[in-house]
Design a protein around this ligand. Structure first.
Ligand code: KG4
Ligand code: ZN
Length: 336
């Protein structure tokens, strides 16, 4: 069974083909970083327009690279939400039209569920049940994953997402957009403990997160230290350490609380080298195995959407002509 995955929830236009829910035949990701870089963040209208421009060539390229013509695609999986409505609509409407023209089923996939599914492409996939820490630009959450399509939310951010904090701090430091990868690099030249920023652990039992405080603390530091342009590597390393500390401690605590020996780290921020290292150490100490997807599947991609969609199609789910996208977290009931 060949599934075509399509992802357009934010600023990446992606398409992929996977076979029998396990083998990646192709994965194409067209990034819009060049479009949004000058604005220091994603401009929704420009994102939709760019998706419109590239969706057809990106899908064609994915089919071609897979060596699978449309006639041998058995189903389409597409991101239905959450995300930017205009961006989602491009991919969703395209998938709907393609599926009806080709007379094959299509199914909507939750973007967050998609990120969880990227864990199955880690060098050793996690066994059920496992805890997934999802850290991206729009979301930060912990899930207890019981089966491919069965998971419970254990905790989430009460304000900024981890990636959002990286992006905002990078902007304050004049490092450009997106900030995560730049901070990851610059922090390697700094010392993580020279400048200490606050860690928000919240109450001891809580598995929720809060990153707005550390972001404000960095801002305050910059205002009170005029010499800060010389301290960028130490500020970046200190900020990153504060975020990583909380993520690593809470993820391992969640795995223990859920009685899971497997922990997955997914989402764009999962590409962070310091986070991977600290999580590996913290999990190892407790006899917990950490699973991280390859770098190209941490950020937004269509492989993860195709994988989640494969499992939904496999159990007979399909969307209809009236189904629509949703912008905020939480899957609405089917509309057809
Ligand atoms: O999963 P993703 O591609 O898109 C969303 O669903 O949001 O995540 C993008 C986020 C951005 O905030 C970006 O700065 C962050 O992931 N990111 C990183 C790294 N690479 C990407 N953050 C920290 N370190 C990195 N190496
Ligand atoms: Zn994402």
């Amino acid at each position: 069974m060949n599934v075509l995955g399509i992802e357009t929830s934010c600023d990446e236009t992606a398409a992929a083909v996977i076979k029998d829910g396990t083998t990646i035949l192709s994965s194409v990701v067209a990034s819009q970083i060049d479009v949004h870089h000058a604005y220091g963040g994603v401009v929704p209208e420009l994102a939709s327009r760019k998706h419109m421009e590239v969706i057809v060539p990106v899908v064609q390229q994915a089919l071609q690279a897979a060596g699978v013509p449309l006639g041998r695609i058995n189903g389409v999986a597409v991101t239905q939400g959450p995300g930017l409505v205009g961006s989602l609509l491009v991919g969703f409407s395209f998938a709907k039209s393609l599926a009806f023209a080709a007379d094959i089923p299509y199914v909507g996939v939750d973007h967050l569920e998609g990120h969880i599914h990227s864990a199955f492409f880690a060098p050793t996939p996690p066994s059920f049940p496992f805890v997934a820490l999802l850290v991206s630009g729009g979301h930060t959450a912990l899930y207890r994953v019981k089966d491919f399509l069965d998971w419970d939310l254990m905790g989430k951010t009460r304000d900024d997402a981890a990636g959002e904090a990286f992006d905002k701090v990078a902007k304050m430091l004049g490092l450009g957009y997106p900030g995560g990868p730049v901070i990851d690099q610059i922090a390697r030249k700094g010392h993580p403990d020279r400048i200490r920023f606050p860690r928000a652990f919240l109450d001891p039992a809580s598995l929720d997160f809060s990153f707005s405080g550390v972001k404000t603390a960095v801002n305050r530091y910059l205002q009170t230290h005029p010499e800060h342009p010389n301290l960028v590597p130490d500020i970046a390393a200190g900020f990153q350490e504060a975020v990583v500390d909380v993520l690593a401690v809470k993820a391992v605590r969640a795995a223990e609380a859920a009685g899971c020996r497997h922990l997955a780290l997914v989402g764009g921020v999962a590409a962070n080298a310091r986070l991977q290292g600290r999580m590996q150490a913290a999990a190892g100490e407790k006899g917990i195995v950490l699973h991280v997807p390859p770098q190209d599947l941490c950020g937004d991609n269509a492989v993860m959407i195709a994988h989640a969609g494969y499992h939904r199609l496999d159990r007979g789910e399909a969307c209809g002509l009236k189904d629509d996208v949703y912008s905020r977290a939480g899957r609405p009931p089917a509309g057809n």
